[in-house]
Unconditional design. Structure first.
Length: 97
């Protein structure tokens, strides 16, 4: 079952996001899902919010998200954000273009 995942990074900005993406992709950037190296990501959006920076994704399953977390979790910890915990809930409906 697809899951919706939201990360909130209070007080953080685009610099944190860019640093995480650079490390996850080995500096190649993130312009297609294959750049992440972990299958299962269905959608991704990131941007500034009034309280920091937010990332919202849809993963094909919680297991796929957990596999990816093994990559980005240590990176977040190394960048001082080990305490960030996503909000995860099942997707009732997911529509793509």
């Amino acid at each position: 079952m697809a899951v919706i995942v939201t990360f909130a990074f209070p007080g953080a900005g685009q610099e944190l996001y860019d640093a995480v993406i650079a490390r996850v992709t080995g500096g190649r950037g993130f312009t297609r899902f294959a750049d992440l190296g972990n299958p299962g990501l269905l959608s991704h959006a990131a941007g500034p919010a009034h309280d920091g920076f937010h990332v919202t994704e849809v993963w094909e399953s919680e297991e796929a998200l957990e596999a990816h977390a093994k990559t980005f979790g240590p990176i977040l910890a190394d960048l001082g954000h080990a305490d960030v915990r996503p909000t995860i809930f099942p997707a009732h409906n997911f529509v793509v273009h």
